[in-house]
Design a protein around this ligand. Structure first.
Ligand code: IPM
Ligand code: MG
Length: 371
């Protein structure tokens, strides 16, 4: 029996997670285990009513679950960043989910915008660091009168630009990224272990030619860790070049490991080449703690309640959740059922089909039971 916490969240979140649950229930039936679900009312609605994003109590309760199944947050009534940082990023940080695992895999029957590429060519995994880099939230805006509290930054700015921040018209903003040796080591180790179970190739994506301090340390750790994995082929790539190679030679990638922010960017590109955001799933993983699985697309408030959104990314994330808790046969069955649903043309509008959100969920759940 597994206790799974559910955070539907905003926009299309609740309806796509409902389909995911349907499919995971079917998998539980088929493979003889039980899931006990508990829903958490976390998201824009509660925030607007009570001002609460995540409470201490939420976090304490959530930590008692085997995993969290997450829909999406984001709402047009709330300023950008409030829900994203106050809920999604807070969960990732609180539970120290230092791996953001994002498979980029073109399933049979899905159209990729990359001409001449087939499922044989597009099958890699991005391991995005999930707790450091420019996501640590260290930053600020400085006006002249605040100079005392930001002395160091003010001095740097003055040296570089000759502006003294004396008057309030002089203003600057800064945001600092952090990479720690331990933070880099743990995610790179995870990526090496993953590469060992796959095609044994690992690419580090960074920008060590410009952000030499942070990504210099990252590269040093990469080389050290990979020294213990002689059976794996490794390479360094700059993030700008990688956006080219993802498009031109996706077949040359197996496992890609990258700091947080570049991981955010290149996985949206990855989503496109695997057939769109409707198919892109992710896991926020703490191998020794509470992990959380989600589609990587957002809350798409425009489509809320229309029964039109594509639930496949969420269902795929559900498959990753099953894999994570050790139900590997069930996980594989769910992924195979998604593939079959695509082959059978039971897909939503974004993938050129006529099916509704709940039709796709029903169909995949039935396949999981009977296929
Ligand atoms: C993602 C999203 C988030 C991120 C946002 C919503 C905070 O873009 O999961 O990729 O930047 O990590
Ligand atoms: Mg993103």
């Amino acid at each position: 029996m597994y206790r799974i916490a559910v955070i539907g969240g905003d926009g299309i979140g609740p309806e796509i997670v409902a389909e995911g649950r349907k499919v995971l229930e079917a998998a539980a039936d088929r493979f003889s285990f039980d899931i006990r679900w508990e829903e958490f009312d976390i998201g824009a609605e509660r925030y607007l009513e009570t001002g609460e994003l995540l409470t201490e109590e939420d976090l304490k309760e959530l930590s008692g679950f085997r995993a969290i199944y997450f829909g999406a947050v984001g709402d047009e009534r709330v300023l950008p960043g409030v829900l994203e940082k106050g809920i999604l990023l807070s969960l990732r940080f609180y539970f120290d989910q230092y791996i953001n695992l994002r498979p980029v895999r073109l399933l049979e029957g899905v159209t990729t915008p990359l001409a001449g590429k087939s499922p044989r060519d597009i099958d890699f995994v991005v391991v995005r660091e999930n707790t450091e880099d420019f996501y640590v939230g260290v930053g600020g805006r400085v006006r002249g009168r605040d100079r005392a509290t930001h002395e160091i930054v003010r001095n740097l700015y003055n040296i570089r630009f000759g502006i003294d921040c004396e008057s309030d018209a002089d203003e600057m903003a800064y945001q600092i990224g952090i990479i720690t040796r331990e933070g880099a080591k743990r995610v790179i180790t995870y990526a090496c272990d993953l590469a060992r179970r796959r095609r044994k190739k690992l690419t580090s994506v960074d920008k060590a030619n410009v952000l030499t301090d942070m990504y210099g340390l990252w590269r040093e750790v990469f080389s050290e860790v990979c020294g213990n994995y002689k059976d794996i082929t490794t390479e360094f790539a700059f993030v700008d070049a990688v956006t080219m190679w993802f498009v031109k030679n996706p077949e040359s990638f197996d496992v890609v490991v990258t700091p947080n922010m570049f991981g955010d960017i290149i996985t949206d590109l990855g989503a496109m080449i695997q057939g769109g955001l409707g198919l892109a799933a992710g896991g926020n993983i703490n191998p020794g703690g509470t992990s959380m699985f989600e589609p990587i697309h957002g809350s798409a408030p425009k489509y809320r309640g229309l029964n039109q959104a594509n639930p496949m990314a969420t269902i795929w994330a559900g498959s990753m959740l099953l894999d994570h808790i050790g139900e590997t046969a069930a996980a594989e069955k769910v992924l195979a059922a998604i593939g079959r649903s695509i082959k059978d043309g039971v897909v939503t509008k974004d993938m050129g089909g006529m099916s509704r959100t709940s039709d796709v969920g029903d169909y995949i759940a039935a396949l999981v039971k009977n296929m």
